[in-house]
Design a protein around this ligand. Structure first.
Ligand SMILES: [Zn+2]
Length: 254
């Protein structure tokens, strides 16, 4: 197993998912040497430390079998550039992450070789604003189907929503008939029957979406009409109440 270095803002280095010989490194010169032997170095940002101090967790600390592909920390997203320069892991409220782990167990009971593949969790409010503005070709009355209005906030901003799919034993996402962040109608769960009837959505693609919904609904996650990949652990009003109006920007504030 490859080791993962986590570098905190205070210079303390921790190593997780280690090889059998666990080490802790505090001297930066040693870090360089050790880092040469590692595949992945993760910077533990001040925002992530702040998220943890507010009760959110890295989902892999709850269930290390989950697979993460944080699209907004890469340029492989609908914006075409990195949006999360302060996040490199999927963070959720702890109770939401525990429910997600139970969904993973539910899936593995049915399909042991498959896994949930998580694209997004908590989302900084300023990123929400960037997304909103990027879709300015869509009238504001319609735009909320695709990105929540940052004025009101998204359940993502509270760490209680997740963007997710299922992948096979090779980590390949199942075919859902539309990619992640595809804003066309074929991504709409509410319009699946129309596309099934026209043949634009196959029975297999529809079955994959139904499987994902069944897995997520096993822990009462709710899907929305316009995105097959998005699930809320609660309503926005409940999130505001339950999570004490915590909002996350590039710097976390209450
Ligand atoms: Zn979402």
């Amino acid at each position: 197993m490859k080791a993962k270095l986590i570098i905190t803002g205070f210079g303390l280095i921790l190593i997780t998912a280690c090889t059998p010989n666990q080490v802790q490194v505090e001297d930066p010169k040693i870090v360089e040497v050790v880092a040469d032997t590692l595949v992945e170095i993760v910077i533990d940002t001040s925002v992530q430390q702040s998220l943890r101090s507010h009760g959110l967790v890295d989902i892999l600390s709850i269930d290390s079998t989950l697979i993460v592909d944080l699209k907004y920390a890469t340029s492989d997203n609908f914006m075409g550039f990195v949006l999360y320069d302060t996040l490199n892991a999927v963070y959720l409220q702890e109770d939401v992450a525990v429910k997600l782990a139970a969904c993973q167990a539910f899936l593995k009971d049915t399909l042991p070789t498959h896994s949930l593949l998580v694209y997004d969790g908590v989302r900084p409010v300023d990123v929400q604003q960037q997304m909103w503005e990027a879709l300015d070709s869509i009238p504001t009355t319609e735009r909320g189907k695709f990105v929540s209005n940052p004025w009101y906030g998204s359940v993502h901003n509270y760490g209680a929503a997740v963007d997710i799919t299922i992948c096979d034993e090779n980590g390949v996402p199942l075919d859902m008939g539309a990619g992640y962040d595809d804003f066309s109608d074929i991504a709409f769960p509410s319009k699946e029957w129309k596309f099934l009837n026209s043949g634009e959505l196959s029975a297999e693609q529809y079955g994959n979406r139904k499987l994902l919904r069944a897995v997520m609904k096993s822990q009462s996650f709710r899907n929305i009409p316009s995105e097959w990949w998005h699930f809320n652990a609660c309503s926005r009003d409940q999130a505001v109440f339950k999570y004490k109006k915590l909002m996350y920007e590039s710097g976390v504030r209450e």
